[in-house]
Design a protein around this ligand. Structure first.
Ligand SMILES: C[S@@+](CC[C@H](N)C(=O)[O-])C[C@H]1O[C@@H](n2cnc3c(N)ncnc32)[C@H](O)[C@@H]1O
Length: 272
């Protein structure tokens, strides 16, 4: 590269880094303000009143960074947000930048998980380097499960390979044993756009299989980023107890609608 072009190139990189840094600083400042307003609760703090409760399931319309401090799950099965900034009524950022939030959430998840329990976290290859490093700061990484979606999302006019899989971290504190043998590639159709109630809704059959092989009948399952309640529905199909935590009341209501459907098995059988 010629001198001038090289300078221009370096300037552009510096500019990009500066704006990233400015965003990052702003974000940390917001997080700190939020933390000051709402200091971490001690463990075993009482969480808010359930938003919904039945024989198998409980939903809290809460920030999971608070609620998880009071829970003792055997299994954490969750699909965290991939970096979207959520704001509360006062326009305060509650959660967002994945680098920051996941780091803090994982520590709390680690402290809450039972010693013989397991944690499953959906992820994408775009986040892999950042999340894996954070995950391994706390958990033993037992495996990286591949969810093969059986159909890809499309061919992108030749500009990319069709996306046909997602990844799931399977971790533990070192003391988890699977209840039945299973492979680390799980095939399952994704939920079609027509049937989806949440943009990143996960298929019941996949979640059900993960619960079946990982969680004893009396083990508590918690989904701290519940969305439309897929983990809770899958657990209920197996007669297991599950707790979901979700910031957005709209998704809590969708989860309740699914959990109170007359025949839960219809949704499982109609998926795809
Ligand atoms: C990727 S979605 C989960 C979708 C879910 N797998 C399903 O099948 O519907 C993540 C969810 O986490 C929620 N969320 C984000 N930050 C949260 C927090 N701090 N506490 C609880 N829920 C949160 C979002 O509102 C979103 O619905």
């Amino acid at each position: 590269m010629e001198g001038n072009l090289l300078n221009q190139h370096i300037k552009e990189i510096i500019k990009e880094q500066e704006s990233d840094q400015a965003y990052y600083d702003w974000y940390c400042e917001q997080q700190e303000k939020y933390e000051e307003d709402k200091p971490p609760q001690p463990f075993d703090a009482v969480v808010s009143q359930p938003y919904y409760e039945d024989e198998y399931t409980t939903i809290y319309n809460e920030d999971c960074l608070t609620a998880m401090r009071a829970l003792r799950p055997h299994t954490i099965l969750t699909d965290p947000p991939y970096g979207i900034a959520y704001k509360d009524k006062n326009e305060k950022v509650m959660i967002g930048d994945y680098a920051n939030v996941l780091g803090r959430a994982l520590k709390i998840f680690y402290e809450s998980l039972s010693d013989d329990g397991s944690i499953f976290i959906f992820t994408s290859f775009k986040l892999l380097s950042d999340w894996l490093y954070r995950f391994e700061m706390y958990f033993k990484m037992n495996n990286l499960i591949i969810w093969e979606k059986e159909r890809s999302t499309g061919l992108y006019g030749g500009s990319n390979f069709g996306y046909s899989y997602e990844m799931i971290f399977y971790g533990s504190k070192g003391g988890h044993k699977l209840l039945e043998p299973e492979d680390d590639v799980l095939g399952c159709r994704r939920v079609s756009a027509r049937k989806r109630e949440h943009p990143t809704q996960k298929p019941l059959a996949l979640l059900r299989r993960i619960i079946e092989v990982s969680t004893p009948q009396n083990g508590l399952i918690v989904d701290p980023f519940m969305g439309s309640g897929s983990t809770l529905v899958a657990a209920k199909l197996l007669g297991r107890k599950a707790i979901g935590i979700e910031l957005n009341p709209k998704y809590c209501d969708i989860a309740i609608k699914r959990l109170t459907s007359n025949n839960l098995f219809d949704e499982l059988n109609e998926a795809g």
